[in-house]
Design a protein around this ligand. Sequence first.
Ligand code: NAD
Ligand code: GLY
Length: 363
Amino acid sequence: MKTLTVDLGDRSYPIFIGQGLLNQAELVKPYVKGSQVLIVSNTTVAPLYMAQAKQAFAGFDVQEVILPDGEEYKNLETLDMIFAAALKHRFDRKCTFVALGGGVIGDMTGFAAAAYQRGVNFIQMPTTLLAQVDSSVGGKTGVNHPLGKNMIGAFHQPQCVVIDTLTLNTLADRELSAGLAEVIKYGLIQDAPFFAWLEQNLPGLVKKQPDLIVEAIERSCQCKADVVASDEKESGVRAHLNLGHTFGHAIEAGMGYGNWLHGEGVSAGTMQAVYLSRLLGDLTQADQDRIQAIFEQANLPVLPPSQSALPNQTYLDLMAGDKKSQAGKIRFVLLKAIGQAYVTGDYPAELLTQTLNEWRATA
Ligand code: NAD
Ligand code: GLY
């Protein structure tokens, strides 16, 4: 087992990465303060892993709540199922919520933990690659609103993150690819050698080769932990983690939550950020081709929806609501080079229009 640390002073916490960790009681025991544990999962993950997770909390008063599965249920209405379960079982302020599932369960459970009785502890047990490399670390929690993705939420850090890589054995290939989008992101924003390593190892990663998967998770979690430790509340460098997300979130919301996976939106969205970066004279055509090739190797979409499915004006309206927008100006994470991201609202509007028009038409 490998242990990384998210260094946040007295709120620091470990990320445990290894095989067969899900039922390890000794691992999680120090991070449960009271006697009550509420495990939150969904209709897909619970039949696979709830029994193992319950073993990890043997000896505690363990209750469970099973949510419907899907991004379309990541909303305030479903969130209430968690509060209702906690209240029904008379959970007190010392209780611990446990997120057992992908990023949707992690974000919702974390937000419920942030709000229940003004804040209780929670533990992340991520079971998708995306959640293991990104969403379970860093304390961003929340739900979607019909008018914008992840618009209702809170920063609330977990007590620990338990990554059992064996859970990936049951994960669908499309979901694995979606997770690889966020892995590739770390290389693009701050780690050119990692990007080059991924170019070499993508075929093995797509086949879930265990040693490569573990290395990709460790390197991704280390990148994320470093960024979160230096900018927990996103006043600076943390925004780089949103490469491709301004375009991607608009695709997710515009196409109806659940139709495009988050990682798929990030992939097609990143290609648009890359295209705009090339139009601005920072990336070369060769860089763009390299980045397109790696997403394609990961079986991810590089093109956003067509103009008829997502017209430019709808696209722009959705992006205008992005959390990075300032004074009505859409701000993007762009690349100076592979491994070097920056945030800007200072770009010619016609280059954004050109990106929205040309990339879908010509790629
Ligand atoms: P998800 O949670 O919807 O999981 C994907 C699918 O895989 C679901 O159907 C789920 O039930 C299923 N599943 C989960 N684990 C499984 C397993 N081991 N075996 C078989 N099936 C399994 O999607 P996701 O990609 O994990 O997460 C996407 C969400 O994460 C989005 O809502 C996104 O906004 C959020 N996110 C948050 C952050 C953050 O920092 N908080 C970062 C990135 C993404
Ligand atoms: N996934 C973006 C962040 O954690 O900041």
